[in-house]
Design a protein around this ligand. Structure first.
Ligand SMILES: NC(=O)c1ccc[n+]([C@@H]2O[C@H](COP(=O)([O-])OP(=O)(O)OC[C@H]3O[C@@H](n4cnc5c(N)ncnc54)[C@H](O)[C@@H]3O)[C@@H](O)[C@H]2O)c1
Ligand SMILES: O=c1ccn([C@@H]2O[C@H](COP(=O)(O)OP(=O)(O)O[C@H]3O[C@H](CO)[C@@H](O)[C@H](O)[C@H]3O)[C@@H](O)[C@H]2O)c(=O)[nH]1
Length: 441
């Protein structure tokens, strides 16, 4: 099948590359010339494990192409995927201007019947609007079908997720169009769930909102565990053994960030509000998360009084490991607040530093290694559970820091392990460890 994909961000690029890998001829279109030039050379503009290898392989096989020209990209294609961004507007609702532009680009350039597949996360009703807009813009003899095909990949494991996802959701009003998209996706060997367009759109928001709810729920349990002297990891394990609950997404920490959960939870409360429905549960999930993102600062303040003048190392800046994405990362709120309080912030991340520089306060100092970040620090905040951080020899904290006081926002180390070192250790939902006899602070 000849396919084109509009937008080559995390979703569009991975979709395009994966579709070419299962045998389709795919042209990826992006308005960003620098990106397109890189991708033509087989260089991925985003850090995503395994992606570049697949890109190179399929470019060489003659199945994967990149262009900035919509006219060239849409030539002779049967199906067009839309994967442009739907960022948050100031009121929390989804900004559909990129979608609208993509639709106009499609309408201006197609010359034959087309199926438009929406991968972007869009509010319920948007696919019907896309269809109406297309019909109003294209010549009468061209037949247009629109299919909702929401994406469930996670950043950092997007290639794996695309080939091993739990389901592919296809929402369509036309059976023929649904069948075409089903055929395209069959080689992935993933269960396909077909439904109507509005339900497909809702599945995406409901899934993200539910996962975010799980995270805020376990974080609230963690905060209570701390007060009770219970251990949230044991609690989560014991809960997760019940198949009705499931063990995944019960990792307590400094909350969820990223380009999806924060934006999609807010968008769903807006979708509900537009229907005069007050989605109280989801609003509480968001509120809990906003508080949780700052919880290490509360713990540090409680411990030190003031943080003014303190040298604070941040380990991990990306919103999760294995990505360079900084969107809605907890490190943003944390570093802003620390700098505002007059702390000296020294930060390390294995891949996200270039993106971090664009969003963190200018005063943040970046280091090339964990050791350099820890040098002479009064305390360290662990913000992302990169494997480099999880596998660290804990002696490093003792050797490098002014005083080995660790605030671990991702529960990277077991309590038993930390017990063996002269470290003061505060984590999430677990008992603190005071093995460091500190003299003066
Ligand atoms: N990032 C994720 O993990 C993820 C997962 C599932 C769903 N989603 C959803 O998928 C959508 C895309 O997310 P993303 O993170 O990949 O976005 P992104 O911002 O990383 O990428 C969007 C790309 O589209 C390009 N673009 C914008 N308008 C264009 C146009 N008219 N023609 C061609 N290119 C255009 C931009 O230059 C950019 O490269 C969003 O709706 C998001 O909510 C994202
Ligand atoms: O038990 C957990 C699991 C995750 N997180 C945090 O939640 C955020 C999101 O993590 P994750 O879901 O792994 O990454 P995303 O790439 O944001 O993926 C989510 O958002 C995508 C965009 O919509 C969806 O496609 C995916 O299915 C959905 O998992 C990160 O900050 C994680 O640190 C936790 O705090 N505890």
């Amino acid at each position: 099948m000849k396919i084109s994909v509009v937008g080559t961000g995390y979703v569009g690029l991975v979709t395009g590359v994966s579709l070419s890998h299962i045998g389709h001829y795919v042209t990826c279109i992006d308005i960003d010339e620098t990106k397109v030039e890189k991708m033509r050379q087989g260089i991925s503009p985003i850090y995503e494990p395994g992606l570049e290898e697949l890109m190179k392989e399929n470019i060489q096989a003659g199945r994967l192409f990149f262009t900035t020209s919509h006219q060239e990209g849409f030539r002779d294609v049967d199906v067009i995927y839309i994967a442009v961004g739907t960022p948050e507007k100031e009121d929390g609702s989804a900004n559909l201007s990129y979608i609208e532009q993509a639709v106009r680009d499609i309408a201006a350039n197609i010359t034959k019947d087309i199926i438009v597949v929406t991968k972007s996360t869009v509010p319920v009703g948007t696919n019907h609007y896309i269809k109406e807009l297309l019909i109003s813009l294209v010549p009468k003899h061209i037949n247009v079908e629109v299919v909702s095909n929401p994406e469930f990949l996670r950043e950092g494991s997007s290639v794996y997720d695309t080939f091993h996802g739990d389901r592919i959701v296809i929402g369509a009003d036309s059976e023929e169009a649904a069948k075409v998209i089903e055929e395209i996706n069959k080689p992935f060997g993933i269960p396909i769930f077909k439904t109507d367009i509005k339900s497909a759109e809702m599945i995406k928001y409901a899934s993200n909102a539910f996962l975010a709810t799980k995270i805020s729920f376990i974080n609230e349990i963690a905060n209570i565990c701390e007060k009770l002297g219970a251990d949230v990891e044991s609690v989560a394990r014991g809960m997760g053994m019940d198949k009705r609950i499931g063990s995944m997404f019960l990792n307590a920490g400094i909350g969820y960030g990223g380009s999806c959960f924060p934006k999609d939870t807010k968008a769903l409360t807006q979708i509900a509000a537009n229907l005069d429905h007050n989605f109280e549960l989801l609003k509480a999930v968001i509120k809990v998360n906003n508080h949780q993102q700052r919880i290490l600062i509360d713990k540090a303040r409680e411990r030190f009084g003031s943080l003014t003048g303190k040298r604070i190392a941040l380990l991990g800046l990306a919103f999760k490991p294995n990505t360079d994405d900084m969107r809605e990362a907890a490190s943003i709120v944390i570093s802003k607040e620390l700098i505002a309080e007059g702390a000296k912030v020294v930060a390390y991340d294995p891949v996200a530093v270039e993106n971090a520089k664009k969003v963190l306060p200018q005063e943040v100092i970046y280091t090339e290694s964990i050791e350099d970040a820890l040098e002479n620090a009064d305390m360290v905040f662990i913000l992302t559970e990169w494997s480099q951080i999880k596998e660290l020899d804990l002696n490093i904290y003792v050797q490098k820091m002014k005083q080995p006081i660790v605030f671990d926002g991702r529960n990277c180390y077991s309590i038993n392990e930390v017990q063996q070192y002269p470290i003061e250790y505060h984590s999430i939902g677990r008992k603190p460890i005071y093995n460091y006899q500190f003299q003066t602070v």
